[in-house]
Each structure stands twice: as structure tokens, then as C-alpha cells.
Design a protein around this ligand. Structure first.
Ligand SMILES: Nc1ncnc2c1ncn2[C@@H]1O[C@H](COP(=O)(O)OP(=O)(O)OP(=O)(O)O)[C@@H](O)[C@H]1O
Ligand SMILES: [Mg+2]
Length: 177
């Protein structure tokens, strides 16, 4: 099951994250992909907040994995800097069977370690602050989650403003040193 979600800014991305956070259950696995600076960590921050995690959720690029406590435990990972073998040696795959929720940034780099049933989210730049978020649910319950995805809540007139923003076609820079 695939659906596309158009995010016009950080708030929309947080709204999508909150939708999935409310549905999350023990063992939920969410694979987050997309270019540098696409919004994977922003999504994760919105997800953590909606899961009831208090305090700051940072990018785990250098720590690889950070654990938080919300309604459920949250395992926030970023595998950008490691190989699949290293991820396996670190036992990252054991988190996927744990009682918490796994959010994996750059999941595309560890294809063999991920469970088959999962939510795949790919965030693409779409000009300025717009992002196209491709949502794919594989297996239960993820297909249902994607099927029931609501349209983003938008104030009246927001569509036009968003179209103008997209036309500016701003470039985004975010170097990963
Ligand atoms: N619609 C949007 N959704 C999410 N983030 C947005 C949006 N519009 C602008 N941004 C900005 O884009 C940046 C996204 O950065 P973020 O760290 O979340 O990216 P990332 O995908 O985790 O990158 P990396 O691969 O380096 O970890 C933030 O500065 C955020 O403010
Ligand atoms: Mg990130």
C-alpha cells in the first residue's frame, strides 16, 4: 500500500509523524530515507513528541542509536556512517524485535537487517520547504495505517501560499561533515 503526503513545512511533517506515533505499538519499525536535510530527524522529533517523549531529541548521526521513553520505548537510529555488517555486529536488528518503536534514518543502507513488515517513508525535497513524503506500508498493520492516512490539515488559502513557495524552487544545503 502506497500513498504520497505533501508536506508544506515542518508543521505538516510533524503532523504526519504524530499520526503514525498514535498508531505505534510494541515492535513497530519505521524506515526513514531521503536526502541529507530532507527532514528525517524533524520527522523523528515530531514522532517522539507525539509518543510522549519529553526533552530534546537530537540527530543520532554520531551516536548511531539513542533510546527514549514515551508511551512506548523509542529507539532512534541513524546508520549513515556504518555498514550493514557493523550494524549487525552492534545488534541493531535486535531492537526491531524489542518492545519499543524503531525509527531508522538511512534505513536503505541496511536492507538485510530490517524486518520485511515495516513502514517505509521516503522524504524528497519538493522546492523550498515543501517535501514529498512517499509512504509505503508492508504487511500488517502498516498497510492499514497508510490506507487510512488523512489529508494534511491546512488553513484556508494555504494551498496558494504553498504553490508560490514551490515556484521559488529554493535550494537546500545541509552538508554532513
Ligand atoms: N516540510 C519540511 N519538513 C521537514 N523539515 C523541513 C521542512 N521544510 C524545511 N525543513 C527543514 O529541513 C531540515 C531537515 O533537517 P533534518 O535534520 O530533519 O534532515 P535529515 O533528513 O535528518 O538529514 P540527515 O540525512 O543529515 O540526517 C531542517 O532544517 C528543517 O527545518
Ligand atoms: Mg537526520
Amino acid at each position: 500500500m502506497r500513498r504520497e503526503w505533501i508536506s508544506r513545512g515542518e508543521a505538516d511533517t510533524a503532523e504526519l509523524a504524530a499520526y503514525f506515533a498514535k498508531l505505534a505499538q510494541p515492535g513497530t519499525v519505521i524506515a526513514l530515507d531521503g536526502d541529507l536535510g530532507a527532514g528525517k530527524t524533524k520527522f523523528s522529533q515530531g514522532f517522539a513528541a507525539a509518543l510522549g517523549v519529553r526533552g530534546v531529541v537530537n540527530s543520532p548521526t554520531f551516536t548511531l542509536i539513542k533510546e527514549y521513553e514515551g508511551r512506548l520505548p523509542l529507539y532512534h537510529m541513524d546508520v549513515y556512517r556504518i555498514t550493514q555488517d557493523e550494524a549487525e555486529d552492534l545488534g541493531l536488528d535486535e531492537y526491531f524485535e524489542g518492545s519499543g518503536v524503531s525509527l531508522v534514518e538511512w534505513a536503505v543502507l541496511i536492507p538485510d537487517l530490517l524486518p520485511e513488515c515495516r513502514l517505509n517513508l521516503r522524504i524528497e525535497h519538493a522546492g523550498g520547504e515543501s517535501r514529498l513524503i512517499r509512504c509505503e506500508g508492508v504487511g500488517a498493520p502498516y498497510t492499514k495505517w497508510v490506507e487510512s492516512l488523512p489529508e494534511p490539515a491546512r488553513p484556508p488559502g494555504a494551498e496558494n501560499a504553498a504553490a508560490e513557495e514551490t515556484n521559488k524552487n529554493g535550494e537546500f544545503e545541509n552538508g554532513k561533515a
